[in-house]
Design a binder for this molecule. Sequence first.
Ligand code: ADP
Ligand code: 3PG
Ligand code: MG
Length: 404
Amino acid sequence: MTSNINYMSGVKGLKDIDVTGKRVLIRVDFNVPMDDQFNIADDRRIRAALPTINYCIDHNACSIILVTHLGRPKGTYEERFSLRHIQKRLERLLQKRVEFIEDFEASKAEISSCSLERVFLLENIRFYEGEKKNDPDLSRKLGEICDVYVNDAFGTSHRKHASTYGITEFVQTKVAGFLMMKEIEAFMKALEQPMRPIALVVGGAKISSKITLLSSIMPKIDKLIIGGAMSNTFLQALEYDMQASMVEEGFVETAKKVLEDARLHKVKVYLPVDVVITDSVEHPIDVKVVPAQDVLEGFKAVDIGPATLKLFSEAIHLSNTIIWNGPMGIYEINTFSRGTYKLASAIADCYAYTIVGGGDTADAVEKAGEKENFSFISTGGGASLELLEGKILPGFERLDRIDS
Ligand code: ADP
Ligand code: 3PG
Ligand code: MG
C-alpha cells in the first residue's frame, strides 16, 4: 500500500559507513514531556537514541555532536526550553560525561577538533530562527562542524528544518540512525499489507499541524475516532459552544472539510458524546461530566466522558489495526487522565496490531501500565501520521541510498 515506506527503507544506515575518527553530528529528538519543575516525565525518546550514540562511541567516532529541539520556542532563548534540563539525564543514561554547548558557533573550534569519545549536546536548535525556516546559512554552519550526519530524529522527520533536512546539502556522508530504521520496519509491517479494518484514533493538542493531515489519510482508514483538544475543534464545527475549551478557531472550516471527506470515503467518524469539564485547569473546584452539547459557560472540556469511552471502546473493538496518536484529555493532571488511561487499556485489550505514537501519548500508555500490551510504541506522533498519509518524510529524503 505505501511505497513511500519502501523508498525510505532504502537509505543507508550507520552500519553502511565507517565512523572511525570522524566527527559525527547526530540529529536526535529529545523533545520529551516535562513537568513544571522541569522533571522529565518520560525519557523514552532519549533512551531510543542510545543505540546510535553508543555505536558511534564504540566505533571510535571523535566528537559526537547531539542536536535536538525541545518544545516550540520562537527562534529565541527561553529558559524553560533549554537543553540543560536534559543534560543530566542523558549523562546518567549514557553513563558518560556530556559537554553542554550553549553557542556552537562560538565553540566551533572546540567541537570540531577531533577528540576521541567526547560527547557534546548543543543548546536547543530552535533557539535559532533559521532552524524552522530551513535556512541554508544555519544548515551550512552545522555542516561545518562534522564529517558525518546521522539523522535519528524519527519524531521530527516530518519537518523540513535546517537540522533535519537542509544540513544534508552541506555534509558528504549522511545516513539514518538505528531508531529511524527500527521505526520504518515497524510501520512497514503495519502498513504495507495492512489488516483492515483500520481505526485511527487522534487526540492531543497539536491541532493545526495534525488536522490538516486527516483528509489525505481517509483513503487508508475505515474508522476515525477523535478525542482530546482536537475534538473540541470538531465539536465547534458542529456548532456546539465549547466555551473556554481549547479550540483552534482558524481550523473549524478544516474540521468541516475533514468530516465531509470522511463521508465521501465512507470512513466512520466517532466524536465525544460527553466530556469532562472544569472551571479551571490549574485549580479545579467544579468538575462535571456533561453532554458535549452542554459545556457550561466559562468551562473547559478537558477529558472524554464515560459514555464516550464506551462508544470509542466499542468502535475500535472489531478493528484489526489500530493507530493512536494524541491523548484524550489533559492526562498530566490526575483528575483529567481517566479517559486517556482507560482508552489505553481498551486499545491494548483488542486483538489487533496496535501502534501508538507521539511523545505524550507514549508517556500516557506507559503511565497507564499498558506499554507491554501494544504491538509497537513509536517515538513519532505527527511523523507517524504523515507516514500513514503516504508521504516520503523529509528526514529520510536526502540521506545516502544503498543503491547509489
Ligand atoms: P503527542 O505528543 O502524543 O503527539 P500532542 O503533543 O499533540 O500529543 O498532545 C498532547 C497534549 O494534549 C497533552 O499535553 C495534553 O494535556 C493535551 N490535551 C489533550 N486534551 C486536551 C484538552 N481537552 N484540552 C487541553 N489540552 C489537552
Ligand atoms: C513531536 O513531539 O511530535 C516532535 O518532536 C516534533 O515536534 P513539533 O511538532 O514541534 O515539530
Ligand atoms: Mg506532544
